[in-house]
Design a protein around this ligand. Sequence first.
Ligand code: FUB
Length: 328
Amino acid sequence: MTVAGGWLPATVCSVAKSGRLQMTAVDVMPSLDIKPKHTPLHRFLADPSPVVFDDPRYADRYFLYATEDGFDDWGSRSFRVYTSTDLVEWTDGGRILSLDDVPWGSKHAWAPCACEYQGRFYFYFVCEGQVGAAVSDSPYGPFRSTSSPIVAADDFPGYPIDPAVFRDDDGTDWLLWGNRIAYAAPLNDDHVTIDASRAFHWVPGDFREAIWIFKRQGMYYAGWSENDARDPEYCVKYATAPTLHGPWTEHGVLVEQNPSLGLLGTGHHGVIHIPSTDEWILSYHLFDSEYGTGYRREVAFAPLVFNADGTIRQVVPSDTWYRRSIAR
Ligand code: FUB
């Protein structure tokens, strides 16, 4: 049977943490009738979080952490990692964490990201509208979840989803997250808890979610998504500031839909910096007007082009896959 979303359903019977029997939707294979056309990853994926690790064992490749897509109601239950040396040819690194192994939640595996700190790898993710943390000795996992969320539903006003990590020049790793309200808080040395006393929040533009921050030539850049992820108008806007705490100057759209090519809902971005260069690459997801939805999204990449005043030229979604060898 084929379901809306183009995936074959499967369920398993298992014993829940409570001891009760439960039926659970499991990771499934895509049906053969619909394949993504616009992504070099050849798979429905969303919320792309790209990273180049400093660790010399892994510095020769791009890593991409992303939400598995193709499930109604964003019903993914596991996370995978992908790697590439040129952004076009990708290798599936396999499953790195399943919600079966998260002690505090079992639904809605969204928006993963990862960072490296003192030789270990830390993975942040959404589960049931809370932010989780997990640890591994390898960026390929498997990651071990901590026993409770790093940002729980009641910790701060708002909806704690869409984590990202920004490392400032002083070495502080800031965990970012939020929906409707954007938050930042320093990660403690253990990297699985935050220093809530230094958390701050703001509402950039008509902020919906997916806050991401990077720093270039002394300027802080914050990008975020506006509108609903199922809307064609889902888009990324950005602002710049002289400090992490602002004041932020908004510059409008970074990427938005390209209806002439049927590429819609362009949002939830990430940014890669290629070490020792001034090259910055945008990742984002989109859906196709013919077969896509906010539950069937595709990851795309594009170079960021900076103007002399530090603003960024708007990215126009295209069908050309951007190739950039990390070795060059
Ligand atoms: O992929 C699930 C959700 O959709 C993410 O958490 C949001 O950012 C939106 O992209």
